[in-house]
Write a protein that binds this ligand. Structure first.
Ligand code: ACO
Ligand code: LMR
Length: 616
């Protein structure tokens, strides 16, 4: 059913909210919840947001409100919305308003921004009047249709709203300039009468889009409004429009009116009060002059602001006695659920966590690695190996160990384009895949035969040594019991004749810097046995790293079971994964730089042995 034109908002009013102001939107939805209506905001306009929606709460239920790039799009998708809550900044609010005035489905626009230039404010007001639209503001908190619709932050906290009976309609039509006094007065009205039907703060600017009289005339027509209250202020002459309307008999319901700023007469010069419009330029703009004119025209004007409560109470009681105002049944107000984050902060809830993190913390001003702020890591000139120490093993290793880790990363960084992982990364890059996919392909190639034999080498050499196997026994054991090649032994191209320089470097470093190299020494004895069989069955780079990492952790005081835990977790292979990623990335960038085409393997490099199954 169409609303009469004197009703701007009811319980079905739907609004578009301009600007992703999460707090104000949530406050409107909280109001909707406590008055028992459906969410009033159906769309958000935020041109700089790429998100499609934002989540909010309606009570405890999460709802999704769509976000649009323009008011036009939001209005087209939501023709049911006839209110625009314009929370744009003062730089943008004018354009947003002008656009909205021209959108047929939008009837009312509330503008919060302060500081819109006066000529823009006049232009908006003029254009809106011409188009038959209502503007509330600028520079306003907005207003409330009690029990139906709240604009933005009007009314303050939910506690204040309920205390001031703004959650259900009473009998008063209220119009003020200021939002702060709107809240104050709502409270006074709740305590001395039965609350408001609707309250509008027209805003503090000199040229508001709608003024006192516009709203009082609507209240006059609204049968729910039994008496009206206006709180004006010094400056401007908007209150005189009300004086004229009173004289012309356009306002017949009791009107209690007061203009604040009577104190101004005690100042020597012209004083600018809080609002842009609150400055009395001429005598008739003073609060005293306005109060006198309103009184003379028939408004009920107290002698001072302090008398406001008494006069409200007497009008209310009079109308009650006459049967104009009846009893109001107070509705049940559902409790507004508390925000979880707030309760956590106040230490009022506890909840088991799903994840544990013992290595880094991003909650403070600066993230920490194992308790050390990143800036300290930089200031103290920690190496990459030191950072690995902190994040993988939660300690800073002594220099010899850090240097060893650094060397491991350097020597495994690359081994040319022909090794399995690099080849796969290159083929993937040439298939047009992105760097991350090609890198992942390379990393996924790391396994027990290629680069990923470090864990296995550490495990089996350590086991054999712990079991007291001599090198021959160990080689037999691996062949006959485990039935697998010894991880860390053998190489496709390296051999006793073509030794792997990397292995030499690692061994020499360990011999010179490790307190002891027990497992390396054992592995070298095993190597003697395997190379005696075949010259390429050397202790390879994976094997050397594996046994030396065991020696390193032992020298660092790790127990056997702690080392086993690291091996089982894949921590040793991790060094190859990290180091070789450097090389893979290099190969991928190389492919991209050379703009290499799709790779297809030559057919003459494949032995085709395809036979048709018999009988098929
Ligand atoms: N332990 C014991 N015997 C072995 C081993 C080993 N690790 N590797 C090969 N052999 C033996 C084979 O049983 C075979 O013996 P046979 O001739 O008596 O049948 C012979 O050596 C040749 O075997 P191939 O598999 O042909 O050897 P290839 O040179 O092709 O293998 C490879 C090289 C894959 C590295 C192999 O030695 C192996 O699997 N090693 C263990 C895994 C490993 O350490 N990989 C890491 C390599 S380093 C890196 O990728 C960074
Ligand atoms: C490597 O480090 O990738 C090599 O040792 C493996 C290889 O096949 O050369």
């Amino acid at each position: 059913m169409a609303r009469p034109d004197y009703i701007l908002f009811d319980r079905n009013t739907k609004a578009i909210f301009w600007n992703l102001n999460r707090n104000a939107i949530q406050r409107m939805l909280d109001y909707d919840f406590i008055v028992g209506r459906s969410p009033s905001i159906v769309a958000i306009v935020a041109p700089t947001q790429n998100r499609k929606f934002e989540k909010f709460f309606h009570g405890t239920k999460e709802i999704m409100i769509p976000i649009y790039k323009s008011t036009a799009e939001a209005a087209e998708k939501h023709p049911e919305a006839d209110v625009l809550v314009n929370f744009a900044s003062f730089r943008t609010a004018y354009n947003v308003t002008i656009e909205a005035i021209n959108i047929p489905t939008i009837k009312t626009i509330a503008i919060t921004a302060e500081g819109i230039p006066e000529r823009f404010a006049r232009d908006m007001a003029l254009k809106a009047k011409k188009a038959g639209k209502v503007i509330i503001g600028p520079a306003t908190v907005g207003g409330i249709a009690a029990g139906a619709f709240r604009i933005g932050n009007a009314g303050g906290t939910i506690e204040n709203i309920v205390k001031s009976k703004l959650h259900r309609p009473g009998s008063v039509g209220l119009v003020t300039r200021s939002g702060g006094l709107f809240n104050e007065l709502s409270n006074v009205i709740a305590r001395n009468a039965d609350g408001i039907v609707e309250g509008i703060a027209i805003g503090g600017d000199r040229f508001p889009g709608s003024d006192f009289l516009d709203h009082l005339l609507r209240f006059q027509k609204n049968p729910q409004v039994k008496f009206m209250i206006m709180l004006g202020e010094l400056g401007g002459d908007l209150e005189y429009r009300v004086v004229e309307a009173l004289k012309d008999g356009l306002i017949t319901k009791p009107l209690i009116a007061w203009c604040i700023g009577t104190i101004s007469k005690h100042f020597a010069g012209e004083v600018q009060f809080g609002h842009a419009g609150a400055k009395a330029g001429a005598d008739r703009e003073t609060a005293d002059a306005k109060n006198a004119a309103l009184r003379a025209a028939g408004a009920l004007v107290p002698n001072s602001f302090d008398e406001f409560p008494d006069i409200i109470r007497s009008v209310y009681e009079d109308l009650r006695a006459k049967g104009v105002i009846g009893e109001i049944e107070e509705p049940e107000v559902p409790e507004l659920p508390e925000d979880y984050a707030k309760l956590v902060k106040a230490g009022k809830v506890r909840k088991p966590t799903n994840f544990i993190c013992t290595i880094s913390d991003d909650r403070g001003e600066e993230a920490t690695y194992c308790g050390l702020p990143i800036s300290e890591v930089i200031e103290r000139d920690f190496s990459i190996a030191d950072v690995i120490g902190l994040l993988w093993f939660k300690r800073k290793f002594p220099d010899w160990a850090s240097k060893f880790i650094d060397m491991v990363i350097k020597v495994v960084a690359d081994h040319g384009p022909c090794v399995s992982g690099a080849h796969n990364a290159k083929v993937t890059a040439r298939a047009g895949k992105d760097l991350m996919s090609a890198l992942a392909t390379g990393i996924l190639t790391i396994g027990p035969r290629f680069g990923g034999a470090i864990d296995g080498a550490a495990k089996y050499f350590k086991f054999a040594k712990e079991q007291g196997m001599d090198p021959f026994e160990f080689v037999d054991y691996m062949k006959n019991v485990e039935k697998i090649p010894i991880p860390g032994i053998g190489h496709r191209i390296k051999s006793t004749k073509n030794p792997d320089k990397r292995v030499e470097l690692l061994k020499n470093f360990a011999k010179e810097n490790f307190p002891s190299t027990e497992l390396l020494d054992y592995a070298l004895e095993v190597e003697k046995v395997t190379t005696a069989k075949k010259e390429n069955l050397i202790l390879n780079v994976d094997g050397t790293i594996g046994v030396l990492l065991v020696d390193m952790f032992r020298n660092l005081g790790y127990s056997d079971s702690e080392i086993d835990e690291l091996i089982n977790a894949g921590a040793f292979n991790a060094f190859f994964v990290l180091g070789r990623s450097i090389g893979f990335i290099g190969h991928i960038l190389d492919e991209k730089r050379l703009a290499m085409p799709l790779y297809r393997h030559p057919m003459d490099d494949v032995l085709y042995d395809v036979k048709r199954p018999e009988g098929l």
